[in-house]
Structures are given as C-alpha cells and as structure tokens.
Write a protein that binds this ligand. Structure first.
Ligand code: NAD
Length: 448
C-alpha cells in the first residue's frame, strides 16, 4: 500500500534561471499550479511582470500566457514555497568552483536545506540541477536531519536535457524523462507531475538515484567527445592538407556515426558542457576511477586548442602580427539563439586577440549586455556593419542566422581587407571568394 499520491500536484520550482524559468512556465502551460522561487529579487520582479530576464525564443510569449492563466507566480519567500508545493523541483546553478574542477554545490545544498527545514507535510524534493553522482544520496541524509518530525520528505532526481535556444520545445516534448527514485511512491508522484508529457508517449527511464545523476553527465560527456573528436580530426587535416568538412560529411553518412554534433569548428562552450565534464573527472577521481574519465581532459584540451588555432589563423591572415590589427569578431554568445556567454569560445578568442594587441570590435545580436559585463575590456560595436568597418580581418565566431545571411559584397565594401576566418563553417566560402575575399576555415586547406 503506497502513501497517497497527489494526482494533480502543486509544483514549486526553486531557482528560476535558464532551466528553472523554462520549467516553471512550461509546467503551468501544461495545467499545473506553479510557484517559482529565486533568491534574485530583480529576476522575480521581472518574471512576475512577464519579462524573461534572458534570451530564449518563444519563452516570453509562454510566460505571458502562463501568467495570464493565473496558474503561475514567482516569489523570493521560502515559507511561501514550502507551504505551496506537493512536488518541489530544485533548478539552482551548479557552476564550476573557482580554482578547482569540482562543481560548486553551495546553491543546491542551500535550496534543499531551506525547503527541508520548513516543509511540514509529505512532499517530494526533486533535483533537476546537474550534480556529481552521489549528491542525491547525500542530500537524502541532509533532508532527513533537518526535516521536522512527521514531514515525510523524499529526494528524487530528474536530470534536465533541454538545450538553450530550444528550451520550450525540449521541456514540453523531451526525448525522454529520467526519474531517479528510491520508492514506488516517489515514482508514482513524479509520474503524476509529468502526466501530460508521459501521455504523449515520451519514454520514461526509472532508475536509482546514482544512475539518474550519471545519465546527465554521461550524455554531456558523449556530446563533448563527439565535438572534440571531429575537431581533433580537423587538427590532423590542418597538418595534411585534408578537408575536415568533407571528412565530416563522409563520416556522417555512416548511420552508426550520424552527423549530429559532428560539426567541426570552434568547439563547445556554455554553462554546461565544459563545467560538467570537468566536474565529472573530478568526481571520478574522488571515487577512485579517475582513469575511466581521463580521456575527458583531452576532450577539454582539444576544445581549447581550437580557440588558439583560430587566433593563429587570424594572425596569418593579417600578415603575421596581430598588434594594431583591426579584427571584427562576429558573435559572442556560446551558440546562436542564446545570450549565454558562460565559457563562450567566441569571447575567449576575442580576449586572446585583445591580449595580443589586436583592436577587436565584437558584435552579437543578443549577447551584448552579458558580454560587456563579463569582458569589459573588449571593444564592442552596435551592429555587424559597424564591427566590420575598416577591419583587417573578419572572424565569424558564433553562427547566428544574421551572419549567415550577410552579403559578402556589402561587407566587403566596409572592410579595409577582405579577409575572413569562418570558425564555424557557417558561410559559403565560394561565394565569399567570388566577392574577392580571402577565406580560411578551421580544418580546411587554404584554397578549398
Ligand atoms: P542559472 O544561473 O541561469 O540559474 C540558476 C538560478 O538559481 C539563478 O537565478 C539564481 O539566482 C538561483 N539561485 C541560486 N541559489 C539559490 C537558492 N539558494 N535558492 C533559490 N534560487 C537560487 O543556471 P541554469 O543555466 O538555469 O542552470 C541550473 C542548473 O541546471 C545547473 O545545474 C545546470 O548545469 C543545469 N542545466 C542547465 C541547462 C541549460 O541549458 N542552462 C540544461 C540542463 C541542465
């Protein structure tokens, strides 16, 4: 006999950043009563007034729809959240600890503790943040020790796989749901909390806590490895005169390999992949199985070398010395359709150019405020046209559609020298060459 399951549970979402805000909005759209909580008062004020504090296509419309339904609001008050929810989703950040590869667990620990010491009824605390394996078991102990008598709290894990830029679609229609649980009750309560998504036929994998935590870091490790694999091939191509684009095309036609995440270029960045693979290697070391993840250090190293390689190519393009050279840096976000500049390859390249004495002009369609805040020493332009004005070389660093659509002749009229590094293999080299540009791409021979 299971303890009672709340069939239409009220949900709280703790931490309303990229993940939590999207989750809160989408769950309200699906018909649940949702209370979002964040410690950032400004964020809470913005969300309550219908403003998404970051760039995510489609989310502002969904936020307004959800607020209009009366099923969604946001607070900074843990008492409110503790009393409201039957199921509490914890979506706070787990950034890399400064000076270490380990994940910083202070936010997750704090969120679980704040809830545990306040909740007085049977509730499920569900971690969605990406954490080192073993965290949920540890938090189970913490929650037990803080929880008032009779509260009957249980910890579960439901890792999140959404992609920034596709966050709404990925949340409403995920490839799969993973439920890390310790009891049939927790599983049944989670099924009730995801009923509309499960009803669509979404596969559900039910596992123990440790496996559910591992699924997320294993998935990110695999994706990072696939990207670094093709970028390692790009390094070999550069040494032999081979063309990594053709290589990738030929590999991707092998159905066992597939083409996704096999795009050579400037590599991965953002708030997830880099810190997740580092935290994973750190955790594996702690567990005494460091050899099993040692290859991820090389995956990270290959990724980093693409950035210095981009600088090398730009130095060659401007005649061997970057000092005083004007470089237009197109892109700052770690990928298109996001304003996220956490560990952004584009800004890392711009910084390296700046450090070498180049005069950079950075432009990004959405990430300018975040970029300016994080890299105040760089120079910024208000448009792509302004960035390329009188440039000695143009570097395409984030493949926004706006840059793909640019007219090579029009851009060419603005620059001092028609020299292009396409670090994302996003532009048609032949069209640019026909318009008089010298074009280089990572992993491709000079004239192909
Ligand atoms: P974020 O920095 O955008 O959001 C984290 C939020 O948590 C912030 O708004 C912060 O103010 C809030 N917060 C911090 N401490 C708090 C506390 N004690 N109580 C309440 N709120 C608190 O981070 P994010 O990108 O949303 O990532 C959150 C987690 O989700 C991370 O573990 C990340 O690895 C994981 N994740 C992120 C994505 C993604 O695409 N961004 C995808 C999958 C998983």
């Amino acid at each position: 006999e299971l303890p009672p399951v709340v069939e239409h549970p009220r949900l709280t979402v703790v931490g309303t950043g990229y993940l939590g805000a999207t989750h809160a909005v989408c769950m309200a759209i699906l018909g649940y009563e949702v209370l979002g909580l964040d410690v950032d008062e400004k964020k809470v004020r913005q969300l309550n007034s219908g403003v998404v504090p970051f760039f995510e296509p489609g989310l502002p419309e969904k936020l307004q729809e959800a607020l209009g339904s009366g099923r969604l609001r946001f607070t900074t008050d843990y008492d409110d959240a503790a009393a409201f929810g039957d199921v509490h989703f914890i979506c706070v950040g787990t950034p890399q600890t400064s000076g270490s590869a380990a994940a910083d667990m202070t936010y997750v620990d704090s969120a679980f503790s704040e809830l545990a010491r306040r909740i007085t009824s049977r509730s499920l605390l569900v971690g969605k943040s990406t954490v080192p394996t073993g965290t949920a078991a540890r938090l189970t102990e913490t929650v037990r020790s803080l929880s008032p008598a009779g509260a009957a709290l249980e910890v579960a894990w439901n890792p999140e796989f959404l992609r920034e830029g596709f966050a709404v679609k990925d949340t409403l229609h995920p490839d799969r749901l993973v439920f890390g649980v310790e009891s049939d009750w927790a599983q049944a309560q989670l099924e009730a909390a995801f009923a509309p998504i499960i009803a669509e036929g979404t596969p559900v994998v039910v596992s123990d806590l440790a496996t559910s935590e591992l699924v997320k870091v294993a998935a990110n490790s695999f994706l990072a490895t696939k990207i670094s694999f093709i970028n390692a091939m790009a390094e070999v191509c550069e040494a032999t005169g081979a063309d990594v684009s053709l290589l990738a095309q030929a590999l991707s036609l092998d159905s066992r390999i597939g083409g996704r995440f096999l795009n050579p270029g400037l590599g991965f960045g953002g708030g997830c992949l880099p810190k997740d693979i580092r935290a994973f290697t750190h955790r594996a070391d702690e567990l005494g199985v460091g050899q099993a993840t040692a290859f991820l250090r090389e995956v990270d190293g290959i990724n980093d070398r693409r950035r210095t390689r981009a600088v090398d190519v730009l130095r060659e393009l401007v005649g061997g010395d970057l000092r005083g050279a004007r470089i237009a840096c197109l892109g700052a976000a770690f990928k298109p359709n996001s304003d996220d500049v956490r560990d952004a390859p584009a800004l890392h390249v711009a910084q390296l150019l700046h450090d070498e004495g180049a005069r950079v002009a950075v432009y990004d369609p959405e990430a300018m405020p975040n970029a300016r805040r994080k890299y105040p020493e760089l120079s910024y332009a208000d448009s792509a046209e302004e960035a390329v004005e009188r440039a000695d070389a143009v570097a395409l660093l984030t493949e926004w559609q706006e840059f793909r659509d640019a007219d090579p002749a029009a851009l060419g009229a603005l620059v001092t020298h028609r020299r292009l590094l396409d670090a994302r293999h996003a532009l048609d080299a032949d069209t640019y060459r026909a318009a008089g540009w010298e074009v280089r791409a990572l992993g491709r021979p000079k004239q192909s």
